[in-house]
Structures are given as structure tokens and as C-alpha cells.
Design a protein around this ligand. Structure first.
Ligand code: PMP
Length: 350
């Protein structure tokens, strides 16, 4: 504890991101990155943008990028907010829509940044249990203070159908419902098409997963223009230029190469289905995943031990030492070759 720390800095329990080892000698399956890399057209565009113009500030309104997003998703420009990774967009959204005297709710097992933001902004929160199959129970997701869910959920990979998202929205007309769709492109049903119907719906997207741009930090929010204006007020009270020139360029170029990304997503889904079946053959219980990772628990060997043994074999996966999930591993889907290696190493360990 630092002598000069504020009370806030003293009491925080920050989010702990997955390791990013510098030496590249690991098969890295711990932070749900995309193993295939961004479209070659994105790399070209970024190289071309890395020039003299970097002396100039980027466009604070992200206009060209937001236009491209609006066109691609069939929404209006004033229904889109763009920011520096979806973590930041989520943080702004918590500030824009939630108040300290009204409890917000999210699932008991979900993305562990949500409680961190709640604490940072002094918000009261309650968690709601999942069903035994790790599914979010829509009928319990109710609060006049606000609702946050990830769909597909993390780290479980389980997705709710759009009908369940509708019932959550119908059950919470007083509050903003945030649907974090970080993994939706791998098999979920997106709620972006509902934003005209529900003025309380905010859908969050990221370019870090399906679009393989985690290193660029690009996130989006889709919602009623009234919601978007509130997020802009927060952003413009914090940092005018959250998206840099290279990120804006990469974002636009990524939207122009949908074909490349459709192919990559298809490959990841295929590998996921193969890998899930291989794990099940070896005594793992694995709920069907709609994301680019699987959530696995072995009948005999504890997840903590598996995590260490995989690590000794230069394979990094995510292990959360937390109640209810401390006997599970979250394993990102890599290339076919990487996943074959994981299966071989598991065979030796087991
Ligand atoms: N939401 C969920 C559910 C996630 O798993 C992640 C990735 N850790 C994020 C949001 C944040 O992604 P990013 O900030 O890279 O856009």
C-alpha cells in the first residue's frame, strides 16, 4: 500500500488479465485471442497509415469509422459509439447508466471485469446464480438499477437465444440492459437488431476476438441515440481521443474484408467442435460453446493441477481460482495444429 495513495486506490481490487509472455514460446490459449491474425488488407492499411500524419490528433468523433460500422450493421450513425477496446466502452457505459443508490445485477459466473467496474465507480451490485448447465436464467435477471450480461457468456461459452434477451429487456423497462457480445460471431445470436425496439438496450462489441485485433484496442456500443449521447458525455469528460489513428484505420479496413473474417470464424468453430469432442472422449465435461473458447472440467484430475502441467509443457490456458469454477479450465481455440498438441499433451498428463 503506497503512502500517498487515495482511498480509492487503496480499496480497489483490480482485474487481473491473462499473462502475455514476451518470448513467444508458448501455445497461448489463455486470453481468447484469434490464432489467425488480422486480414492482410488490415495490415496493409495500418502500414500505410503509419506516417507523417501521426503528428496530428485523430478525429475525436471517429466519424469515418462510425460511418463504416453503421453501414455494415444497418444502423444509424448516432446509434454507434466507438472506443479504445470494449473494456473501456463498458467502463464508460457503467458510468453513463448506473447510479450508486440503485443495485445493478449480473450473473454469478461471468466476465470478471463487471464487479471491478462496479467497485471502481462505487456501484452496488448483486449476482444471480446460473442453472446447473451454466446457463444464465433470464427470469432472474431483474433490477431497476441495471442489468449486465455477456452473451455468449464468459468463461462458460453458453449463449442465450434472442427470445431470452427480449424477455430480459421486457422485464426491465426502467433500467439499461447491457448485452456484451464480445464472442457473438462464434455462434451467438446478436441483439443489435433490437436497438430500434428497445430504448434501454446497449449492445457491446469488440474487434479483439473474431476480427483478430486485440492489439489495436477497438470496441463498440450499439444503442438508442439517447444512450449513445450519454456515453459520449462521459468519454468527452475523460479523454477526447480514445481511438488513435492506426486503430481507426484498422477498424475501417477490417470492415471491408468480411470474407476473410467469415473464413477465419468458420475455421475456429470447426476446430472448437473437434476439440470439444476430443476432450469429452478423455473424461472432460464440456458444455457446448458458442464462443472461441471451451470451459472444461475433468472427472479425475483437478483443473489447478492440469493448468500447471500444461504450463510446464509450454501451453497457457486460463484458470480462475474462484468459487464454483475453480475446477474448470477456460481454453481458447487456437489453430488445428495447436489444439492437436494440446490433446497430445493432455494424453500424457492424464
Ligand atoms: N467482454 C468480455 C466478455 C471479454 O471476455 C472481453 C475480453 N477480455 C472483453 C469484453 C474485453 O475485450 P476488449 O477490451 O479487448 O475489447
Amino acid at each position: 500500500m503506497g503512502r500517498y495513495w487515495s482511498r480509492l486506490a487503496r480499496k480497489l481490487e483490480p482485474y487481473v488479465p491473462g499473462e502475455q509472455p514476451g518470448d513467444g514460446s508458448y501455445i497461448k490459449l489463455n486470453t481468447n485471442e484469434n490464432p489467425y491474425g488480422p486480414s492482410p488488407k488490415v495490415l496493409d492499411a495500418v502500414r500505410r497509415a503509419a506516417g507523417e500524419n501521426l503528428r496530428l490528433y485523430p478525429d475525436p468523433t471517429c466519424d469515418a469509422f462510425i460511418s463504416a460500422v453503421a453501414e455494415r450493421y444497418g444502423v444509424k450513425k448516432d446509434q454507434v459509439f466507438a472506443g479504445n477496446g470494449s473494456d473501456e466502452v463498458l467502463a464508460f457505459s457503467f458510468m453513463a447508466f448506473f447510479d450508486p443508490d440503485r443495485t445493478i445485477v449480473f450473473p454469478e459466473i461471468t466476465y470478471s471485469f463487471y464487479p471491478v467496474y462496479a467497485q471502481l465507480f462505487g456501484l452496488d451490485y448483486a449476482t444471480v446464480p446460473l442453472d446447473p448447465g451454466f446457463n444464465i436464467r433470464p427470469e432472474l435477471m431483474k433490477s431497476s438499477g441495471g442489468v449486465v450480461i455477456a452473451n455468449p457468456n464468459a468463461p462458460t461459452g453458453r449463449a442465450l437465444p434472442l427470445s431470452a434477451i427480449r424477455s430480459i429487456l421486457d422485464g426491465n423497462p426502467e433500467a439499461v440492459v447491457i448485452v456484451d457480445e464480445a464472442y457473438v460471431d462464434f455462434g451467438g445470436e446478436s441483439a443489435v437488431g433490437l436497438i430500434n425496439e428497445y430504448p434501454n438496450l446497449l449492445v457491446i462489441h469488440t474487434f479483439s476476438k473474431s476480427r483478430a485485433l486485440a492489439g489495436m484496442r477497438i470496441g463498440l456500443a450499439f444503442g438508442d441515440s439517447g444512450l449513445i449521447r450519454a456515453i459520449e458525455r462521459i468519454k468527452n469528460s475523460f479523454n477526447s481521443y480514445t481511438m488513435d489513428r492506426l486503430a481507426l484505420t484498422a477498424g475501417i479496413a477490417a470492415l471491408e474484408d468480411e470474407e476473410y473474417y467469415r473464413d477465419v470464424i468458420g475455421r475456429i468453430i470447426k476446430t472448437r467442435e473437434w476439440f470439444t469432442a476430443e476432450l469429452r472422449k478423455r473424461g472432460f465435461s464440456v458444455p457446448d460453446s458458442s464462443a472461441n473458447f471451451v470451459f472444461a472440467s475433468h472427472s479425475r484430475v483437478h483443473a489447478g493441477e492440469l493448468y500447471h502441467r500444461l504450463r510446464e509443457n509450454r501451453i497457457l490456458v486460463r484458470y480462475f481460482k474462484k468459487p464454483q469454477i475453480d475446477n474448470h479450465l477456460r481454453i481458447t481455440i487456437g489453430t488445428d495444429e495447436e489444439m492437436r498438441t494440446v490433446v497430445e499433451v493432455l494424453d500424457r498428463i492424464l
